[in-house]
Write a protein that binds this ligand. Sequence first.
Ligand code: ADP
Ligand code: MG
Length: 411
Amino acid sequence: MKFEEFDITPEIKKSLEELGFKKPTDIQFKSIPPILKGEDVLAIAQTGTGKTAAFAIPIIHIVHEQKGRTHDGIKAVVMVPTHELAIQITEVFNTIGQYTGVKTFSLYGGVDQAPQIKQFEEGVDILVTTPGRMFDLMSQGHIKLDRVEVLVLDEADHMMDLGFIKDIQDVIKRLPKNRQTLFFSATINDKIKKIAYSLVRNAIRIQISPKDPVSKNIHHSVAFVEMEDKRFFLERVINENADKKILVFVRTKVRAERVMSALERMGIHSMTIHSDKEQQDRLDVMRRFRSGEVKILIATDISARGIDIANVDYVVNYDLPDVSENYVHRVGRTGRGVQKGQAISFCSEEEKDMLHEIESFLEQTIKVLEIHKGDYSQTIDLTNEKHTDWKTLMKEIQKHDEDPKKKKKKK
Ligand code: ADP
Ligand code: MG
């Protein structure tokens, strides 16, 4: 099957060819036809399998076909959890839709809203947005939704989870009743599935759920490392993979900053991304990691959901995630498209229960990377860490512990 055989406009086929997309991925093959027919879809497919284009291609086609009716109101809304993802998905729409007249715009909070409002006045066909800012502008009457025909929730399980569900329900209440609804994600559980069904009128038509939620392009393993030794093992992974792009996941924002400081003491330059950072900062960090200017990025779970960065060779779970699903999303930042990737998790004694939870979610055990005793102590002995005196170390820890509180007080 080739894209050529799909009933989509030549303008889209041309850009797919330029993108080097030779044939549709499984999820694209299975979801494009029903979306074109107007059906509701719940699509579950592994990370990095091209879910974005699976909804972007038919949506651009549908909007493009309404010739003469472009720019007369928003036709499709794509809701995503983060600003970074909104920008990334908008880029996919703009690239695939570059030879059509379809206009896609991304909307997110944390920046001035005046220029965004101006965009709506000029006409937007497809809106990619985080729920919060969309809800704000909608309440102020700047966004009209009476023409919306398609609603997409990307990272759907995360979107329907507690933090977002209220905003989403409020947005949905204002959408036309006869719209088409599409859910896309790499993971879903029964609770979320129920919520999904409650949000749509028509029965959901398809689900492509792989047996193994971890993409086969990812080689993943776990190493048993004590909490206080983790930084030395990270140092080793980084040094053994010089010039490789490495994404490191930690449990909290405070830990992200701490790991960065620890790496700094070892002479390794890294950056962090998490929700305590200013929006501009976050975009800057992403840009520098994408371009490869900085090779080590330390992230929390949310900030990396759905992010598609080429050539991330290695994912390190410095801490295990609190939620099993996030294991899949974290390791899924590597091995995207046809690329292969590596992932390793550092599991300390106190994290073993979590490891079992993750394994039962995956319905498989994770390969254990055996570290021999001698090798373990060598890793610690060979560190380049400059031994900081206790006073400085305590000060550093205190600084990171206090920062978030200080910020809150200021507000
Ligand atoms: P997902 O949302 O499933 O995690 P993305 O939509 O971010 O995955 O796509 C992952 C990568 O695969 C992207 O870099 C994208 O350009 C690439 N890709 C998508 N569809 C195709 C295709 N049909 N052929 C080749 N590469 C593709
Ligand atoms: Mg995606």
